[in-house]
Write a protein that binds this ligand. Structure first.
Ligand code: GDP
Ligand code: MG
Length: 817
């Protein structure tokens, strides 16, 4: 018996059987590995695992161990001509119920977007509702539902963008989510988005939706690519066969969307000519089993019929866990499952195949039959470019170095290219504080504006360009399809950490922001892999930490800044790797996650989409500045400003102590009045509310070469990591109003004769910031996504302890130089 894993690159074979069981097997079959399907081996990943296959004109990768589960025969050996062309006859034109009569007077239409991952749902959602949701050229970008509204020809559309799903069954959190959404929310019209370049596999989900018998329209998206491939698809006839209108669109430009919405309205108003309910008929054995159960469910009034009885029957026959859970407590459950066992046994005997694979085989048969009648030309997609690029990108020799270069380029651009616009904003900020310094009257208000607001917010806002550049890179990698390749070449390495290539995408996204990155771990089916990916995500240094690095590195390591910068990120990755291994070893047991990941064709991201992404990031950042960071800066300022002291209140002992430490240069160059003023402001800060707290905890950071102000900034960073910088900006007030924060951090204080930071302590500080507890938003995301505060607590305690140790080592080693 030949196994798929034995195929060499370039060889073709026909699938004869899928071994194994459970979720993996079902998933593999839904991806199209059904009997009689031709598959070819394309290439091996650099480390021989996973392997890339082509199937029905799309590419996907499987681990070698999984490919072993698929039994194949070489094309030449496969003679049992199992022509499935008759499948076209399968379409039992069952002019059954028209959409059940429903009259509405209100003009609100609830629309749900449902489709495979990466077919363009979010792009459509954005075009239609004017939102700026995240899109990306790989599976699993959208998590949870996003809702938006729009007005169109007198109707209000409530549109919901759902996560991508290959089928309506319940294994991964997303699929479960979509299923529950359909049951509980009952949208008025479903827009089933399908990717025209991948139509066969996309229609699988459609066949399930058809069984559900809900008002629906099919959006044939990526129509541009279909045209480019010179394929003629008679979508009108196909729509008539399916009983669902099909409207072609190009969601990335908006072409066809108006037609689509028009059709939604028609369906809603129930005056579309060819909306009817058909059955995707399966073979006679399965059909008999389904109709038997169907009758049971139809006649029993107590069955929760959020789903059509036929859909329930099929899912029940397939032992779908969600439907199982729904029916388990029904008094007749025993009776029904007896029927099921009986029918399943009959089916298996008659077909020599289990029910699940027979059903998915028949569904694909149906689809092929329908396409055979309506499609001309093969969908050998414009794959040349994809192949050529992949030859380099996933190459044994070039794959990793190329990825490293891309990462280096990303950090270099963020740091170096970003420094030009940063300087412009910097000079704007210092010009502003110069004006205020000169024109405003002395007093608390001036101090608030100058030290609190401009010192805090102004200190952070200058890093906007750096963050935008980083996001531009990440968004390009996501939209072009490179990210999916990276997951592919990284799979073997991730496997050594007890993880999975898929975990790599959330990790790279973590460089942007840990919160959406943690949410995107929902694409990972295995719970333990998902938990580990979540827990190591905070070590992927998020963009909010960029200001801190750029500030410290720019000030103290001007020569090889980008290397230090890159080194910090690399340290984060190393810590993540070690942590993942430790977690796998001591906390979670080993498990094998099936690796089925689609490799989408490369797509040139449109400028529009990229700019939209940038703008939404910039907007978010500015909002954060105007909100959280502004408030935090004012609070920190107030806590460090009050209570006020007069010169007479300073105890003599304090005076003498300060004077004894004061450098002689200051003593000889300044007048008595100036010295008194310096002592007062030193005393003032040290004895403010914040100063007292800070001094109390200062001993904990002393060994790292840090003072109480640095310590307070770190704690304030819990609100958001940018606050670390804004707090430094508020606390390290300089004599010179126009001096930038980076200068203030290096200026030797005339009072103590020391600068706030040295290169060694700056490095230790940066390391601490890299590793220590994540911000509140991330902590919340961890506890929400894992469903337990325990993991969030672990993250806080473990990360902080580790940060201290590493910062300590960094400091001790750095002062040797
Ligand atoms: P989702 O996963 O279904 O939400 O898909 P996305 O909206 O994130 O889109 C996936 C990718 O396909 C993105 O890179 C889009 O820019 C791209 N895309 C979406 N619609 C079209 C289209 O009609 N034509 C082409 N050529 N690309 C598209
Ligand atoms: Mg999406």
């Amino acid at each position: 018996m030949l196994r798929l894993s034995e195929l060499k690159p370039g060889e073709r074979a026909i699938v004869t059987k899928v071994h194994g069981h459970g979720a993996f097997r079902k998933r593999v079959m839904e991806m199209g590995f059904v009997r009689g399907r031709e598959v070819s081996c394309i290439l091996n990943a650099p480390l021989q695992d996973p392997v890339k296959y082509a199937l029905m004109g799309f590419e996907l990768s499987l681990r070698r161990s999984e490919a072993e589960m698929i039994q194949v025969e070489r094309v030449s050996d496969y003679h049992s001509a199992e022509t499935r062309a008759e499948a076209a006859d399968h379409i039992s034109k069952n002019n059954e119920t028209e959409q059940n009569g429903r009259l509405r007077s209100d003009k609100i239409i609830n629309v749900a977007l449902i489709g495979n991952p990466n077919c363009g749902k979010t792009s459509l959602f954005n075009i239609a509702s004017g939102a700026r949701e995240h899109t990306g050229n790989y599976a699993g970008v959208t998590v949870g539902a996003k809702a938006g509204t729009m007005h169109f020809k007198g109707y209000r559309f409530n549109i919901v963008d759902l996560p991508g799903t290959y089928s309506l069954s319940a294994y991964s959190p997303e699929e479960l989510y979509v299923m529950r959404y359909l049951r509980e929310e009952t949208p008025d019209v479903i827009i089933n988005v399908i990717d025209a370049t991948n139509i066969e596999r996309n229609l699988y989900l459609t066949t399930e939706l058809i069984e559900m018998n809900r008002p629906m329209v099919i959006d044939l998206n990526m129509f541009d690519e279909l045209k480019r491939a010179n394929v003629k698809l008679d979508y009108e006839s196909l729509g008539k066969m399916l009983g669902v209108p099909i409207i072609p669109t190009i969601a990335s430009t908006g072409w066809g969307v108006e037609d689509l919405l028009d059709t939604v309205v028609k369906i809603y108003e129930m005056n579309h000519p060819y909306t009817k309910h058909i059955h995707v008929s399966t073979g006679p054995e399965i059909e008999r089993a389904v109709s038997r159960l169907n009758k049971e469910f139809k006649t029993d009034e107590s069955v929760d019929l959020h789903f059509s009885p036929r859909f329930l029957a099929i899912k029940f026959l397939e032992k779908d866990p969600e439907i199982e859970a729904q029916l388990r407590h029904h008094p007749k459950y025993k009776e029904w499952s007896a029927i099921r066992e009986e029918e399943n046994a009959k089916i298996e005997k008659a077909l020599q195949e289990d029910t699940v694979s027979a059903i998915s085989g028949d569904r694909y048969g149906f689809i092929q039959g329908a396409l055979a009648e309506t499609m001309e030309g093969s969908l050998a997609r414009d794959e040349k470019t994809t192949k050529i690029i992949d030859a380099f990108v996933t190459n044994k020799l070039f794959g990793f170095p190329l990825f490293l270069c891309v990462m280096l380029l990303m950090f270099w651009a963020t740091f170096q290219v970003g420094s030009y616009p940063m300087e412009w904003i910097e000079s704007l900020v210092s010009w502003l504080s110069g004006i205020i310094g000169k024109t405003m009257q002395e007093g608390p208000l001036k101090d608030l504006i100058l030290d609190g607001i401009i010192g805090g917010v102004g200190g952070v806002i200058v890093f906007l360009p750096n963050i935008l550049i980083l996001y531009a890179f990440i968004s390009f990698m996501e939209d072009s399809g490179y990210m999916a390749r990276v997951a592919f070449i990284m799979d073997k390495i991730m496997h050594r950490m007890g993880l999975h290539g898929k975990s790599f995408i959330p990790l790279v996204m973590g460089f942007g922001c840990n919160v959406p990155a943690i949410m995107s771990t929902r694409i990972i089916e295995s719970r333990s892999s998902r938990l580990i990916t979540i827990l190591i995500n905070p070590f992927m240094s998020c963009s909010a930490r960029i200001p801190i690095y750029v500030l410290l590195v720019g000030a103290f390591f001007p020569k090889h800044g980008e290397l230090v910068f890159f080194g910090l990120y690399a340290l984060g990755v190393i810590v993540a790797v070690i942590t993942a291994r430790l977690l796998r070893k001591f906390w979670f047991k080993v498990d094998e996650t099936p690796f089925v990941m689609e490799l989408p064709p490369y797509r040139m991201p449109t400028l529009k989409a990229t700019l939209r992404n940038m703008w939404s990031k910039a907007e978010q950042y500015l909002r954060k500045m105007g909100g959280l960071i502004l408030v935090a800066s004012i609070i920190i300022w107030a806590l460090s400003y009050f209570p006020r002291y007069e010169e007479e209140q300073i105890p003599e002992s304090y005076r003498t102590e300060i004077l004894s430490e004061m450098p002689t240069a200051t003593l000889s160059n300044s007048e008595g009045g100036e010295i008194n003023e310096m002592i007062l402001s030193e005393y003032q800060q040290g004895h403010s509310i914040l100063g007292s707290i800070g001094k109390f905890i200062e001993p904990t950071v002393r060994p790292l070469g840090l003072d109480w102000k640095a310590c307070v900034s770190l704690i304030a960073g819990a609100a958001a990591k940018e606050v670390v910088v804004s707090t430094l900006g508020v606390l390290y007030v300089g004599e010179d109003d126009e001096a930038m924060l980076s200068e203030r951090l290096q200026t030797v204080s005339p009072v103590t004769g020391k600068a706030p930071f040295t290169p060694a302590s700056a490095l230790a500080f940066a390391v601490f910031v890299l590793i220590y507890f994540p911000c509140i938003a991330t902590i919340t995301a961890i506890s929400r996504e894992t469903g337990s505060w325990k993991y969030a607590a672990f993250s806080v305690v473990y990360n902080t302890a580790l940060a201290w140790i590493l910062a300590f080592l960094t400091y001790r080693i750095a002062i040797l130089f």
